[in-house]
Design a protein around this ligand. Sequence first.
Ligand code: LMR
Length: 402
Amino acid sequence: MFGHIGAHAGDPILSLNEDFQKDPRANKTNLGIGVYVDESGTLPRMGAVARADAELRSHGGSTPYLPMTGLPSYRDRLQVLVFGADHPARADGRIATIQSLGGSGALRVGADFLKKNFPGSGVWISDPSWENHRVVFKAAGFAVSTYPYYDAASGGLRFEAMCNALGGLPPQSIVLLHACCHNPTGVDLSTAQWRTVATLMRERGLIAFVDMAYQGLGDGLAEDAFAPRALAEADVACLVASSLSKNFSLYGERVGSLSIVCASKAEADRMLGQLAGTVRANYSNPPTHGATLVAAVLCSAELRAAWESELTSMRERIQAMRSAIHAALQAQNLPSGTTLSRYLTQRGMFTYTGLSASQVMRLREAHGVYLLTSGRMCVAGLNRRNVDAVARAVGEVMRQGA
Ligand code: LMR
């Protein structure tokens, strides 16, 4: 029956992570998958989350079915985290928010919702984008195209080309935007550029789908959420997928949210029902544990303050590692024309190194340093013990040429 079905091609990020786990070398370094590890190379258990967990377990913790839309207190706190407590759209009750299975689950539920209601629209993602964006939207039945984004020569943004492309899209086209810490390039829009994009999208009648997977790991919780807040304020039709995998270090709990910003409270109530129907057709209702933990942290002033302070330390450690690898590369004799400023200017967990696929392969084979084939480096995997060795290995493959 299944003999005609071939093997899955694998996933460029998760399959690489599996290859890393199988690599028997002791001095290997994982800078592939987007996971924050601390200075000792360990996946952190955040203190506020551990305290909330201990408290929950002491109560026995029954696990009833949650509503299709998720845990109400979690949904409310997530809406505040994404849009801010005083956002006018929230005050008007115009935002429909559900609990989702991480950011990817939010993207897929949003994609299914959009395919059902805008079947003729196309989806546009940045060039380049997170590898799974194309996969998720294609699986939902969309044709997926790209708009200009990254400037390989400068390691910056092609903003004018991006705006020209968006300005030429048919109305109701769906535009996938990264709120902050762009994956894979680390190149973000300035606040002024976001305002320009918001005006353009509203005038052109485009649908924004914002992916926010790294809130708090770029410049701060509010700073990183500027894009969804500004788009909503400018009355752009807007969906927002948010993930707590990284900023709560709860990867396996699949905690996230999906919001739709609507024109009125009545419309938001209807869209919430539509999202509930989409969830029911996918996985019925979401799991309890992760959402209960997050809600406990975000509903307690004390735990929330502890979480924010730990998140600040994570963000500062990433920035320190950016400076450390920049300095260690700068101290070497590298080919002329090499631009290292990208290690400092790009934001969040990733730097787009500009290394070629064959340089990445040599790094992996000769030095046990794992980057994505695209040249994306997860700087959150660096620490004081491995940064000099990684920089020496990067310098060596650069001197060998592309
Ligand atoms: C990444 O980009 O590495 C992370 O978002 C993990 C994933 O699922 O791809």
